[in-house]
Design a binder for this molecule. Structure first.
Ligand code: DGL
Length: 261
């Protein structure tokens, strides 16, 4: 089984991409809805939560782990890789590689949670590939709660997005990385507010591509993964609102099971 986790339900954007590209594989998702958001917590707390999330997925049979959360990817990937002896994928490297391939002017914008932006990891990774690149970042802490509430199309959301993107817009970025797995759900508003010419990089699509390539070239791992096309979704707190948002993301009826971790 492919195990995927996030601090909440934003990581379902990764599940959505996996269903498109790797739909035959069995998947298990865990969203830590009881403790979301992670983006405003300390790196130590995020790393401790992330290990508990990974333990849960492994206890249910996951043979590879996908960290569908930029916050965990930016502060806890190394702890997870050190602790577990199975393939672990994070969302940042694939997004950076795709962004650098797509950019013409190497003027990047990055938006994410406070923890992700404060970690400086996007700038570090982009500059490792191209030291002359310009990287402008903005923390957008209000966007995660708006997504969790399902406010994808509201005028208020558009106003907040505009405000957050303004400092990046004046820098004339040509590529904008959505450094949070919740943000693809605001893709239309973000594209409108940053301008149609700016390329938007979605880390969900980028990590899916990475896992797909990995499985094609690591048949010994691929062989271990069951394929009945089943997807199980677990969350640490089940509410009607989470159910509604999960259905809006996956565009189908879903059942969220409660997981005690
Ligand atoms: N989905 C998380 C991320 O990609 C953000 C949510 C949170 O702050 O917990 O960073």
């Amino acid at each position: 089984m492919i195990g995927i986790f996030d601090s909440g339900i934003g990581g379902l954007t990764v599940v959505r991409e996996f269903l498109k590209q790797l739909g035959g594989y069995d998947m298990i998702y865990f969203g830590d809805t009881a403790r979301t958001p992670y983006g405003s917590k300390s790196p130590e707390t995020v790393a401790a939560y992330a290990c508990q999330d990974t333990d849960f997925l492994i206890s249910k049979g996951a043979r590879i782990i996908v960290i569908a959360c930029n916050t965990v990817s930016s502060v806890a990937t190394e702890s997870i890789k050190a602790k577990y002896n199975i393939p672990v994928f994070e969302v940042i490297t694939p997004a950076v590689e795709l962004a650098v391939r797509m950019s013409n002017k190497y003027r990047f914008g990055v938006i994410g949670t406070r923890a992700t932006i404060n970690s400086g990891i996007y700038e570090y990774k982009i500059k490792q590939i191209n030291a002359d690149a310009k990287v402008y970042s903005a923390a957008c802490p209000l966007l995660v709660p708006l997504v969790e509430e399902g406010w994808f199309k509201k005028r208020e959301t558009a106003m907040i997005v505009k405000q957050y993107l303004q400092p990046l817009k004046v820098r004339q970025i040509d590529t904008l990385i959505l450094g949070c797995t919740h943000y693809p759900l605001l893709n239309n508003i973000i594209q409108r507010k940053i301008g149609q010419r700016v390329k938007i990089i979605d880390s969900s699509a980028a990590v899916t591509e990475k896992v797909k390539n990995y499985l094609e070239t690591h048949l010994e791992i691929d062989k271990m993964l069951s394929r009945r096309g089943q997807t199980k979704l677990f969350v640490s707190d089940v509410t009607d609102q989470f159910k509604k948002t999960a259905m809006a993301v996956l565009k189908k009826k879903v059942s969220l099971e409660h997981a005690k971790i």
